[in-house]
Design a protein around this ligand. Structure first.
Ligand code: NI
Length: 271
């Protein structure tokens, strides 16, 4: 149990360091007397070689997580698995991976080179899930090439393996018991909301409603044409809010909805 708690702490530290908005929004809820509980934590990876979902998920299995659902995002060329822990108070994990072979040869080559040049942490274990970029910095040209075809690819190439977002469980909030009321509160404090596909994605009839902030930004280094490092401001991570509804049997739906997740992914779009 301590192992999973310290794992979750490491994830939050890695995430909140480059997502100061999340830390601030969490404090806003706490100042409102709410207890912030996470519904799920999401990761992005390149689904190839040692960084594929198949290679990463045994680390989650060791903590007691089990796969409970699988998703396909055709347009974004991603696959994903959802994992839950036997202890329902432990957040679910959503691990998605981009599939290099569905992109142009240029993009595929860059992504596969990142996987091949990745230096896995010694005795990788759980550290790998908050290890960031395990490969040398990409070039400015590579960044542009990736971004043209996939914002997700550019995100993974610059930020690596780490939590992409945490998700507040709206069901356990007392005063702010709808996604819209949460978004309104967050917006009142000056944070930007992801409007792609509407502010609230999903509905009661599909058992899941979600919303999110737009990602913060972080300065990273790219390699310029002359071989020198050039600072670049790129999207980091966002904060999501999820409200789950009971199914016919009265159980809260625990899965994810492709159509909504597709729009939530766009929280890290480059403006
Ligand atoms: Ni999510």
């Amino acid at each position: 149990m301590n192992e999973i708690k310290s794992f979750l702490d490491c994830l939050w530290n890695s995430y909140s360091k480059i997502t100061p908005s999340a830390q601030k929004i969490k404090s806003i809820f706490e100042n409102e007397g709410e207890i912030v509980v996470n519904d799920h934590i999401a990761f992005r990876t390149i689904d190839a070689g040692d960084l594929s979902i198949t290679y990463l998920q045994p680390h989650l299995f060791k903590l007691g997580y089990k796969v409970f659902d699988t998703y396909l995002f055709k347009e974004k060329k991603l696959i994903a698995n959802a994992y839950k822990h036997p202890d329902p108070t432990i957040p679910k994990i959503f691990l998605s991976g981009i599939q290099p072979n569905y992109f142009s040869t240029d993009v595929e080559k860059i992504l596969l080179r990142l996987v091949e040049s990745a230096t896995l942490p010694w005795n990788a274990d759980l550290d790998i899930l908050y290890s960031g970029t395990l490969w040398p910095n990409i070039t400015e040209n590579e960044y542009v090439t990736l971004l043209k075809e996939s914002e997700y690819a550019a995100w993974v190439a610059t930020l690596g393996i780490r939590p992409n977002h945490f998700t507040v469980n709206v069901n356990v909030l007392r005063k702010y018991n709808s996604v819209e009321s949460v978004l309104n509160l967050v917006e009142r404090y000056g944070f930007k909301i992801n409007e792609s596909g509407g502010r609230v994605k999903g509905s009661k009839s599909i058992l899941l409603e979600q919303g999110s902030t737009m990602a913060d930004t972080v300065t990273i280094d790219l390699v310029g044409n002359d071989g020198n490092l050039v600072p670049a401001v790129v999207p980091s991570c966002y904060y999501e809010f999820a409200l789950r509804h009971p199914d016919k049997e009265g159980n809260l739906y625990q899965g994810f909805v492709e159509k909504s997740a597709d729009k939530i992914f766009e929280s890290t779009d480059v403006k």
